[in-house]
Design a protein around this ligand. Structure first.
Ligand SMILES: Cc1ncc(COP(=O)(O)O)c(C=O)c1O
Length: 471
């Protein structure tokens, strides 16, 4: 071996290489704009990567939401769309798939995840209620607040520490939950809002032991557990890999066992379910299901399509069948881990352990000289685009928004820039280009200054806010 100068990806890490478990049969060309073009584009976008045009982007790591490549089976399924207003056969296929793989009884389709968050929040939250959860998510918390609730973070402390190597940083801290119950009373807590994996913590998983203990604890207090199942397949992969007793369980078995400890779930089908649009709510309680079914016709569409076309529901049903393939789940997470390993080897600060859907660069350590209210993570996303046309997104103070009571910025412990990997879209070569781009802006980090916000929308400001550099 010693004469070998060049190494494959696997050899670099001392193991056999793996490859993406698919072959490409349709391509979409992408181009890198020249430096002047990228500068003009980011200025026109107010230094907010959400406001860039897709054509201005070279490698798009803004989100893994709705950006998956569908399979040939899914595209074939699109041709089987039954576009009847009521009772489309694709709805029944979707219902069967959710009942089989997630195990819930009553299914209400929605146009995407936030449609389902809206329904569950309005169906079960009363004004003055508290909703404990394993870290907030932007749209989830907003719907809980709009329904009159207050979100309370009960995730373990390790989740707020980007350097903690805890294997299940998404776990709920039952002591924190108990403290909340002692303070406000169990009757003020309609449900625990459990996410697997936890997006804002860096795509970190919840262990089976934790959900089991949470279920038992909530049973004692008469509190329900509802799951944000958006990325539960990735969570299942981490359980298979890290939790004792699950090595020989399939992703499908782990997913089903986990969901069985919960009372229902909301879903952004745009992630795990491998489609470009769609969502659903699924619950076991027929009374909650009826409330949601009544509301869905007001806000989304009839209860057998909920804002999706028949063909979309078919693609979701097929996506559910494909997402539980063990090779798919493993290659998804390993691709992200490959990128993470390169960055860590180059001493670039990222959230560890590497999570399920993205690399989260720790902007506080990347730009220690930029104060949090000058938006270091937003700055990092803008700099990465300027350097290489790679689009990422802020997950820090801008995403956290303002406290509705005080009107001040919320200052989250985690100030992160997310490089989110779409499913089945990019190859290892794209990951190499991205890694070198992050290194390039890291090498010149001392010369970078922060931003000031010059336009701030009222809701979910990160989507449309505009910024300017200080000079
Ligand atoms: C964890 C989580 N929950 C809910 C949602 C909301 O889903 P959607 O974007 O489909 O409305 C998202 C989307 O980004 C998410 O990441």
């Amino acid at each position: 071996m010693s004469h070998m100068k060049f190494k494959t990806m696997g050899q670099q890490f001392g193991r056999r290489s793996w490859a993406e478990p698919w072959k490409i049969k349709m391509v979409e060309p992408i181009h890198l704009l020249k430096a002047e073009g990228r500068k003009a584009a980011i200025e026109a976008a107010g230094y907010n990567t959400f406001l860039l045009k897709s054509e201005e982007v070279y490698i798009d790591l803004l989100t893994d939401s709705g950006t998956s490549a569908m399979s040939d089976r899914q595209w074939a399924g699109m041709m089987l769309g039954d576009e009847a207003y009521a009772g489309s056969k694709n709805f029944y296929h979707l219902e069967d798939a959710i009942q089989k793989y997630y195990g819930y009884q009553h299914i209400i389709p929605t146009h995407q995840g936030r449609g389902a968050e809206h329904l569950i929040s309005q169906a079960v939250i009363q004004k003055g209620d508290y909703i404990p959860g394993n870290m907030y998510f932007t749209t989830t918390r907003l719907h809980q607040e709009l329904a009159g609730g207050t979100f309370v973070d009960v995730i373990i402390d390790e989740a707020h520490n980007p350097t903690s190597h805890h294997p299940f940083k998404g776990n709920v801290d039952l002591d924190k939950l108990k403290t909340l119950i002692d303070k406000v009373g169990a009757e003020k807590i309609p449900y625990v809002s459990l996410a697997g994996t936890v997006n804002m913590a860096g795509g970190q998983p919840v262990s089976m032991a934790n959900v089991k203990a949470l279920r038992a604890f909530c049973n004692q207090h008469g509190i329900r557990v509802y799951l944000d199942a958006t990325r539960m397949v990735e969570n299942a992969f981490f359980i298979q890999e890290r939790e004792e007793g699950y090595k020989n369980h399939s992703i499908a078995q782990i997913l089903r066992e986990f969901c069985d400890y919960t009372d229902g779930a909301w879903m952004s089908a745009k992630k795990d379910n491998l489609v470009n649009i769609g969502g659903w709510l699924a619950v076991n309680d027929p009374v909650v299901a009826e409330k949601a079914r009544n509301m869905v016709v007001v806000y989304e569409g009839l209860h057998t399509y909920g804002g999706m076309a028949g063909r979309d529901m078919e693609a979701v049903a097929l996506g559910i069948e494909e997402m539980v393939d063990d090779d798919h789940a493993a290659s998804r997470v390993r691709q992200i881990r490959y990128l993470g390993k390169l960055l860590l080897d180059w001493d670039i600060p990222i959230v560890e352990p590497v999570g399920g859907h993205a690399i989260f660069v720790d902007a506080k350590r990347f730009y220690p000289h930029i104060p949090q209210d000058q938006f270091p993570a937003q700055t990092l996303a803008a700099m990465l685009y300027l350097d290489s046309g790679v689009r990422s997104m802020e997950r820090g103070i801008v995403s956290a928004g303002r406290d509705p009571k005080t009107g001040d910025h919320r200052y989250p412990a985690l100030e992160l820039t997310r490089l989110t990997i779409p499913r089945r879209v990019y190859t290892q070569a794209h990951m190499d280009v991205v890694a070198e781009a992050v290194k390039s802006i890291y090498d010149t980090r001392d010369q970078t200054t922060g931003l000031r916000m010059v336009y701030e929308p009222e809701y979910l400001r990160f989507f449309q806010a505009r910024f300017e550099p200080f000079e």
